[in-house]
Design a protein around this ligand. Structure first.
Ligand code: GLU
Length: 278
């Protein structure tokens, strides 16, 4: 048992190999939780996109980076294996709570419908049109067959103090709209699963990439609906190349395996990641 009560986590999605950006974020997460507990959680919910070989590769790469976790897939721990695919019952429980509380509604509009309807192409992401909202429905026993959307509080400003970026502000219906908590193909959505898990795993600070800042605003609404206190948040700058392009777009050449095969050391990865921080 450590004396520092902080609990951080690293949460890769095994849809491909880890790259430089992951290394930078995970090191930051480990440093900020140092002296406390670090949890490894495999976010392998989507059976269409996630593959067991990428989970295994991620663990190998994390070890190569010299990251160590106290709780996670191969350690067991008080909450069972931290693989989202093994935790569907917890997401379903949360879905029922949101349904009973009147926070969510079933929706047959696809992501493509939403993208087509978006007024402003420059938006970070298309905002679900308010006109498409439907009534909440407490008579559904399961989420199957529909997207389920969380009804955001109209025009509310969500403010939080980011541990790395300072104050962050997002406005409901402007920066983001009613968002999916359960997908039509019966896969719990990222926003819901991550909040349920961060609560269950008693995470005190969430460290992740700055591409998820708007997600954090959505997740703060989910914490409120589920009557849990949100953790602290720290968002790491995204890595960009000399032309300002996001590195994730060149994932293949910069994945950690490719670099390792080219003879790089973890220390070189660290230096390069530092250089590419925006
Ligand atoms: N699994 C997500 C990703 O790989 C990160 C989720 C999070 O840290 O909240 O992008």
């Amino acid at each position: 048992m450590s004396s520092n009560p902080s609990r951080g986590r690293i949460a890769p999605t095994p849809t491909g190999y880890l790259h430089l950006g992951h290394a930078a974020t995970f090191w930051t997460a480990a440093e900020r939780a140092s002296g406390g507990t670090l949890v490894l959680r495999m976010e392998d919910l989507d059976p269409q996109r996630c593959r067991p070989e990428f989970s295994a590769a991620a663990i190998e790469d994390l070890r190569w980076l010299d990251l160590a976790w106290e709780e996670g897939p191969d350690e067991g721990g008080p909450f069972g294996p931290y693989q989202q695919s093994a935790r569907r019952e917890f997401y379903f429980e949360a879905w029922k709570r949101l349904r009973d509380g009147g926070f969510i509604y079933p929706c047959l509009r696809s992501r493509k419908d939403v993208a087509t309807a978006a007024q402003a192409p420059h938006e970070e992401e298309p905002v679900f049109p308010v006109a498409w909202r439907t009534e909440t429905a407490i008579d559904h026993a399961t989420p199957e067959g529909r997207n389920w959307r969380f009804r955001v509080p109209d025009h509310e400003e969500i403010l939080f103090e980011d541990g790395l970026l300072g104050p962050v502000r997002r406005t409901a219906l402007q920066d983001f709209g009613d968002f999916v908590v359960w997908n039509r193909d019966n896969v719990p959505a990222y926003e819901l699963a991550v909040v349920v898990d961060d609560i269950a795993m008693a995470i005190t600070e969430v460290v992740r990439g700055a591409d998820l800042l708007t997600s954090t605003a959505r997740q703060i609404l989910l914490y409120r609906a589920l009557q849990a206190a949100p953790p602290l948040f720290a968002h790491c700058p995204l890595l960009r190349d000399e032309h300002g392009r996001r590195l994730a777009k060149r994932e293949k050449s910069l994945n950690l395996r490719a670099l390792r095969e080219r003879g790089w050391t973890p220390e070189q990865v660290r230096v390069e990641a530092q250089r590419l921080k925006t």
